[in-house]
Design a protein around this ligand. Structure first.
Ligand code: F58
Length: 832
C-alpha cells in the first residue's frame, strides 16, 4: 500500500515550541536548542552557539512542512522533477529560510531579546561551497523556484566534504585553502543512513542465459561503495511546499571488504574503507585536464546510480507498472556530469528489472532531458576508453549497444555519410578512443536545451548540429534565471522596502510586476529614494571591502564591478586594460576631469589554470600601484575582493552601478551574474553574448552599454586571419597599456611575471581582447558621461530593475515544467 497520512500509525502531535512562529515561541526554542542541541548555557554561549541554536529552531519549523510535503507526494499521483547535478551552490541557509518562511521579523526580535543581533549571527554561517560557479548556483536557484511554484522536486547531488577552495591572496597571488565547511557541523542537513544504495565499480562482466532462456549479463565488480542520503529542506517562498535536496555521501561496505574480498586482511579492509570514503571527499574545481580524472568519473557514476535507484525505490512504493515511470519522474541532467544516467537507467531496467531493451530505451528517453552549459570545446566532457572500461565495464557495454543501435538509425537516414556517423558516434575514434558524454546525453534525452537564446542557437549550429538536424523537435531554449528571493529580498533589504512601499510585494513571486516601477521613473522624490538605497548598499560593500582588504573606497564613486570565475574568455584582463588606460591618462594629465570610479573584481581561478592566476596577479598589481599613487587622488580605486562566494555576493550585486559582462561574443553560454546585477539596478556594459542579448532586449538598447564584435564578426576575423599585434601597433593607448604591463610597473619592476600574458595577447589573443579594446574604452567614456547626469543614470537604473522580471528563475522553471518535464504544481495543505 502506498504511504498516506492514514497509514502512518503514529503521528507526533505538534509541540508548540517546535512549530509555533511567534517571537516568544522562537525565543523559547532557541534557549531550548542552546542547551539540548548545542550543550551550552547562556552565560558561556558564543555567538556561533547562538547561531546554531537559532538554525536548529528554524529547521524544526521546516520539518512539519517537509514531512507534509513528502506525504502529499507519496499519497498522490504526482510527477516529480529530479534535478541531477554534480553541484549545488546553495549559499547560506538561515536568512533565506527565514524569508521564505516569513519568520524574519520574529527571529530578529527573538534574538534581540536574547541580546543577539540577527545580521551578525547570519554572517557567522559557513556556506556549503558545493559548486564552482554559475552552473551550481543555477541549480540552487532552480530548487528555490521549484519549491516556490509548488512543484514536486528533488535535487540530487554529492555531499562533498570539501567544497570549492577558499581563496586567499598572498603577495597578490591566489592561494587555495581547503574549505572545511563541515568542521563545526551542519545544522541544515538530516542524515538518513537508512536511505542507502550500493554502487559497483571495476571488475568484469559475464554473459549468461537464465532459467527462462533469456540473455543476461552479470557484473562482477571489484568493489562496491555505499551511498548514504543527506537531506536539506528547500522551502518555497510563503508556501507550504518544502522539497528536498538529497546529497549522497560515500561509505565503505564493511561486509563486502571483510567477507568477499580481503578475508582476514584487516589492514587491507581499512584501506578499502578509506578508499570508498574518498569518493565524496572533494569537489573538483573546473580545472585543466587529467588530474583526478578517475575519481571524478567515479563521483559522477556514484551519485547518478544512487539517485536513479532512489527514484526507482520511490516509484516502487506506488505499485505501478514500470512503463509509467516517465509519467511520474522527470530527470534533468545539469550538463554532462550526470550523463552516465542514460546508461545507468538502462542497466537498472534491463539487467536488474529484466525490462526488454526497447521498452527500457523508451522509458529512459522519456525520463531524461539534458541541459548544455558550454560550447567551449575544451569543456566538453570525454573519457578515455581504457579508464571508462576499467571503472564501469558494464556501463561501457551498454553505451556500445546504445551507440550501435543509434548509428544504424543514422546510417539509414543518411546513407553513405560516414563522416556524419563518426561525428555523431558516442565514441570518438580519432586518436585515443574516448566516450563523448554530450552525445550520450543527447541521444538518451527527449529534450535538449541551451541556457540563453543565443547559446541555444549556437548549440544547434555547432556542437550538436547533426543531432539538431536529425531531431529538430527535441531542441529547446530555456533562458536561465535567478531567484529574486535570495538575490533581492534577502540581499537587498533596502530596495525590497522601497519596492514594498511603491509597488507592493507581488513582484517577489510575479516578477513581471516589477514593470509597475516604470510609473515612477520620472518621479523626482522616488528617484532620490532610489539613489539613497544604492548609496546605502555601496556603504555596506565599502565596509566589507575595508574589512577584507584594508582598502577604503568612496561610496560616491562609480562602483564598476566584475565578479565571476576568472577565465580568459570572460576577459577580466580587458577590464584591467581599461583601468590602466585611465591611470595612464591621469598620470599624463593629472588635472583631467574624470568620473571617480571604484573597480571591483572578484572570482576564483581554477588552481591549475596558470593564465587565470596571472590575471588575478595583474589586477592586484594594478590595485597596489593605482591605490598607492598620490597623483591619482583617489579618483581611481582598484579592489580585488578575495574569496567571492554566495555570501559575499549578497553584498556585491546590490552595490553595483555598473555590471561588467564583457566576454568574447559566443563564449558565455548565458551568465547569471548579469541578471543579478540588472535586478538590483546596475547598468550593464556588455557584449552581445549569452543572456546579455536578452537583457538588452528587455531593458532597452538605451539603457545598456553595448560594445564589441558580434559572434559572426569574431568568427569572420578568425577565419580571415586575426593579427592582434596590428591593433597594438595602431592604437597608442593600447600600446601604452600593454607596454606598461610589460615594463613590470605592476609587478614591482619584474619584467618576467606578465610575459606569458603579454605574449599571448600580442601573438594569439584567442579571445579577441585587442580587437575589442577600443570599442570598450570608448563605451566606458560614454558610461562616465551618463553617470555624470545623475537623474538620467537613476532613470536608467530604475528601468533596468523594472524590466528585469524575465530573469527570475520562476520564469525559467515554469518553462521547464510546461515544456520539458510536464510537472504541474501540487499545493501542500497543512492540516491544522
Ligand atoms: C556556466 N557553466 C556557464 N560550469 O559558463 C554560464 O554561462 C552559465 O550561465 C551557467 O553555467 C549556468 O547555465 C559553469 O558554471 C562549471 O562551473 C563547470 C563545473 C564542472 C567543471 C567544469 C565547469
Amino acid at each position: 500500500m502506498a504511504t498516506t497520512r492514514e497509514t502512518l500509525k503514529v503521528r507526533p502531535a505538534p509541540v508548540s515550541i517546535h512549530t509555533e512562529c511567534s517571537t516568544e515561541a522562537l525565543r523559547q526554542a532557541v534557549l531550548n536548542n542552546l542547551v539540548y542541541m548545542q550543550g551550552r548555557y547562556q552565560e558561556i554561549a558564543t555567538p556561533y552557539d547562538w547561531y546554531m541554536a537559532l538554525a536548529y529552531s528554524v529547521r524544526e519549523r521546516l520539518l512539519e512542512r517537509w514531512v507534509e510535503t513528502a506525504l502529499t507526494y507519496a499519497g498522490h499521483d504526482v510527477k516529480v522533477a529530479c534535478y541531477l547535478s554534480a553541484e549545488f551552490l546553495i549559499g547560506p541557509q538561515l536568512g533565506n529560510n527565514l524569508i521564505n518562511f516569513g519568520l524574519e521579523a520574529a527571529a530578529r526580535e527573538a534574538m534581540q531579546g536574547l541580546g543577539q543581533d540577527l545580521d551578525e549571527l547570519m554572517m557567522l554561517e559557513e556556506e556549503p561551497g558545493l559548486g564552482n560557479g554559475g552552473l551550481g548556483r543555477l541549480a540552487a536557484c532552480y530548487l528555490d523556484s521549484l519549491a516556490t511554484l509548488q512543484v514536486p522536486a528533488i535535487g540530487y547531488g554529492i555531499r562533498y566534504e570539501f567544497g570549492i577552495f577558499d581563496q586567499e591572496i598572498h603577495d597578490g597571488w591566489q592561494v587555495e585553502v581547503t574549505d572545511k565547511w563541515l568542521q563545526r557541523g551542519n545544522p541544515w542537513e538530516l542524515a538518513h543512513p537508512d536511505i542507502c544504495y550500493y554502487v559497483n565499480f571495476g571488475g568484469h562482466t559475464e554473459a549468461y542465459t537464465d532459467e527462462q532462456s533469456r540473455y543476461r549479463v552479470r557484473w562482477w565488480p571489484a568493489h562496491k561503495v555505499k551511498g548514504i542520503a543527506y537531506d536539506t529542506a528547500i522551502l518555497g517562498y510563503h508556501v507550504n511546499t518544502c522539497n528536498t535536496l538529497r546529497l549522497w555521501k560515500s561509505q565503505a561496505v564493511e561486509s563486502f571488504d571483510f567477507q568477499d574480498f580481503n578475508v582476514g586482511d584487516y589492514y587491507g579492509a581499512v584501506h578499502e574503507k578509506v578508499r570508498s570514503e574518498t569518493l565524496t571527499k572533494i569537489l573538483y574545481p573546473n580545472d585543466e585536464p587529467e588530474i583526478g580524472k578517475r575519481l571524478r568519473l567515479a563521483q559522477q557514476y556514484f551519485f547518478v546510480s544512487c539517485s536513479l535507484q532512489d527514484m526507482l525505490r520511490l516509484f516502487d512504493k506506488k505499485r505501478e507498472n514500470i512503463e509509467r515511470f516517465p509519467q511520474l519522474f522527470a530527470a534533468q541532467m545539469n550538463d554532462t556530469h550526470p550523463a552516465i544516467a542514460v546508461a545507468e537507467l538502462m542497466r537498472l531496467l534491463v539487467d536488474e528489472r529484466l525490462v526488454p531493451w526497447d521498452e527500457a530505451w523508451d522509458i529512459t528517453q522519456r525520463t531524461l532531458a539534458y541541459t548544455n552549459h558550454t560550447l567551449l570545446p575544451e569543456a566538453l566532457e570525454t573519457w578515455g576508453l581504457p579508464l571508462f572500461g576499467s571503472l564501469l565495464p558494464r556501463l561501457l557495454e551498454i553505451i556500445y549497444e546504445i551507440n550501435y543501435r543509434f548509428l544504424e538509425q543514422v546510417r539509414q537516414r543518411y546513407p553513405g555519410d560516414d563522416a556524419r556517423v563518426a561525428r555523431m558516434s558516442m565514441i570518438d575514434e580519432g586518436g585515443e578512443k574516448r566516450v563523448r558524454m554530450a552525445n550520450l546525453a543527447t541521444v538518451g534525452s527527449h529534450a535538449i536545451n541551451g541556457v540563453a537564446a543565443l547559446h541555444s542557437t549556437l548549440l544547434k549550429q555547432t556542437v550538436l548540429h547533426d543531432f539538431a538536424e536529425l531531431w529538430p523537435e527535441r531542441f529547446f531554449n530555456v533562458t536561465n534565471g535567478v531567484t529574486p528571493r535570495r538575490f533581492v529580498v534577502l540581499s537587498n533589504p533596502s530596495l525590497t522596502q522601497l519596492l514594498h512601499e511603491t509597488i507592493g510585494d507581488d513582484w517577489i513571486v510575479n516578477s513581471s510586476h516589477l514593470r509597475e516601477l516604470e510609473n515612477h521613473v520620472h518621479d523626482a522624490s522616488f528617484q532620490e529614494r532610489w539613489r539613497l538605497v544604492k548609496r546605502h548598499n555601496k556603504e555596506v560593500l565599502a565596509a566589507l571591502i575595508r574589512r577584507r582588504t584594508g582598502i577604503s573606497v568612496d561610496p560616491a564613486a562609480l562602483f564598476d564591478i566584475q565578479v565571476k570565475r576568472i577565465h580568459e574568455y570572460k576577459r577580466q584582463h580587458l577590464n584591467a586594460l581599461h583601468v590602466i588606460t585611465l591611470y595612464a591618462r591621469l598620470r599624463r594629465n593629472p588635472g583631467l576631469d574624470i568620473t571617480p570610479r571604484c573597480f571591483i573584481f572578484g572570482g576564483k581561478a581554477a588552481p591549475g589554470y596558470r593564465m587565470a592566476k596571472l590575471m588575478i596577479r595583474l589586477v592586484t598589481g594594478i590595485a597596489s600601484v593605482v591605490n598607492g599613487d598620490a597623483l591619482i587622488r583617489d579618483r581611481l580605486k582598484v579592489v580585488f575582493l578575495p574569496n567571492f562566494d554566495v555570501k559575499s555576493a549578497h553584498a556585491v550585486y546590490p552595490a553595483a552601478d555598473l555590471s561588467e559582462q564583457i566576454s568574447t561574443a559566443g563564449k558565455e553560454a548565458s551568465g547569471t551574474g548579469n541578471m543579478k546585477f540588472t535586478l538590483n539596478g546596475a547598468l550593464t556594459i556588455g557584449t552581445l553574448d549569452g543572456a546579455n542579448v536578452e537583457i538588452r532586449e528587455e531593458v532597452g538598447a538605451d539603457n545598456f552599454f553595448l560594445f564589441g564584435l558580434t559572434t559572426e564578426q569574431v568568427n569572420q576575423l578568425r577565419t580571415q586571419g586575426y593579427r592582434p599585434r596590428d591593433y597594438y601597433e595602431r592604437d597608442d593607448e593600447l600600446r601604452e597599456a600593454l607596454d606598461l604591463i610589460a615594463s613590470g610597473a605592476f609587478a614591482g619592476g619584474d619584467t618576467d611575471v606578465f610575459r606569458p600574458l603579454i605574449y599571448h595577447l600580442l601573438y594569439h589573443d584567442s579571445y579577441f581582447l585587442l580587437a575589442d579594446y577600443r570599442a570598450y574604452v570608448e563605451k566606458q567614456a560614454e558610461v562616465d558621461r551618463a553617470f555624470h547626469d545623475t537623474s538620467r543614470w537613476t532613470r536608467m537604473s530604475i528601468l533596468n530593475t523594472a524590466r528585469a522580471g524575465k530573469f527570475s528563475s520562476d520564469r525559467s522553471i515554469a518553462e521547464y515544467c510546461s515544456t520539458i518535464w510536464r510537472t504541474p504544481p501540487v499545493p501542500v495543505q497543512l492540516d491544522k
